[in-house]
Design a protein around this ligand. Sequence first.
Ligand code: FES
Ligand code: FES
Length: 157
Amino acid sequence: MKHHITATINGDACEFLCDTEQTLLDVLRDELGLTGSKEGCGSGDCGACSVRLDGRLVCACLVLGCEVEGCTVETIEGIAAGRQLHPLQQTFLNEAALQCGICTPGIIVAAKALLEKNPDPSEEEIRFWLAGNLCRCTGYDKIVRAVQQAAAVMRSA
Ligand code: FES
Ligand code: FES
């Protein structure tokens, strides 16, 4: 039996049908065409699927689609303001803070949550916050620099 779910996704009222066992990540990618969130592990270990659920940072692979009834979800697709990139997206480009890009959407979603909570994080705080977001390409230094630069841009805005 399919469940009929209503939620707000990236600011838009949204309805979808999902099976009981379908994860939020499956729903986003397979039912709603929001393929920005990636599946790295499917078990809550890599952070590639990070989204915000009622403001809380979660792994979409660990949430069931039918659990988001009435909730607000923000994915990487909701981060730019129209064609205007979010400062994090721009600084990731400037710093070349990605290679294969599988980890990048989750890291940007997670870093945005950090900067909303702490607009001026230390390097250590950035590394600690992003410890659940694994990247097997970049070595992390460029990612940390991109987050520091975005924080500076956002503080001066
Ligand atoms: S795919 Fe969800 S944490 Fe890895
Ligand atoms: S850029 Fe490839 S996993 Fe991070």
